[in-house]
Design a protein around this ligand. Structure first.
Ligand code: GAR
Length: 222
């Protein structure tokens, strides 16, 4: 790889399992990005100690210390810039952002959401999918826009919903897909192989001969 690696700042609020999958991917010498820092708005977030144990720079910026959302975001923005961050990757960052903060990072901030967007924006995605009886659920990595869980979609993964699923079992199946999808999407984005064009993301090298639909239940069982 001849191109310089893009510096990524990961934003978390809790467990940080997606963060871990991004850290693991960036350890590969041919991966087009490296982790510059992990920042949490919750000082107690488990992901902070996981990242620190792996030698990654971490910082807690407790949103409760600030009177306004703008004051919190101005410190967050300063921290990201101090770490030389070029791409922000939200990974379970459960904090609404103002449109001015999002605009400052326009087309340079990604998010992962546990649904096949634009379906099931917001919280409790798996419970709502189960209640609706959908047969496919999944996850989405998208470029962040000011509207909640909206923005140009980089990549999605679909998983089947099984008859016996609970919110937990479906959530675990989706989370496993998230752990492969986010490193894949970040790689496409950081390398320039996925490019934002208005409200869509276009792939420089669109895969051919891989347009096999995912059926659930499988066709063979019909
Ligand atoms: C993930 O499932 C992620 O998709 C979701 O929070 C979880 C964080 O888990 N994000 C959202 O719901 C954002 N709207 P993690 O901390 O183990 O990565």
């Amino acid at each position: 790889m001849t191109e310089r690696k893009k510096r990524v700042g990961i934003l978390i609020s809790g467990r940080g399992s997606n963060m871990e999958s991004l850290i693991a991917a960036t350890r590969r010498s041919d991966y087009p990005a490296e982790i510059a820092c992990v920042i949490s708005n919750r000082p107690e977030a488990r992901g902070l100690s996981t990242a620190a144990a792996q030698g990654i720079a971490t910082q807690a910026i407790d949103h409760k210390r600030f009177q306004t959302r703008e004051a919190f975001e101005s410190e967050l923005d300063a921290a990201l810039r101090a770490h030389g961050v070029e791409i922000v990757a939200c990974a379970g960052f459960m904090r609404m952002m103002t449109s001015s903060f999002v605009d400052q990072w326009r087309d340079r901030m990604l998010n992962i959401h546990p649904s096949l967007l634009p379906a099931y924006k917001g919280l409790h995605t798996h419970a709502r999918a189960l209640a609706d009886g959908v047969k496919l659920a999944g996850c989405t990595v998208h470029v962040v826009r000011p509207e909640l869980d909206q923005g140009p979609i980089i990549a999605q993964a679909a998983v089947p919903v099984l008859d016996g699923d609970s919110e937990e079992t479906l959530g675990a199946r989706v989370l496993q897909a998230e752990h492969s999808l986010y490193p894949h999407a970040l790689s496409l984005f950081a390398s320039g192989d996925a490019i934002v064009s208005g409200e869509r993301v276009l792939l420089k090298k669109e895969p051919v001969n891989q347009t096999i639909p995912l059926y659930w239940p499988p066709l063979s069982q019909l």
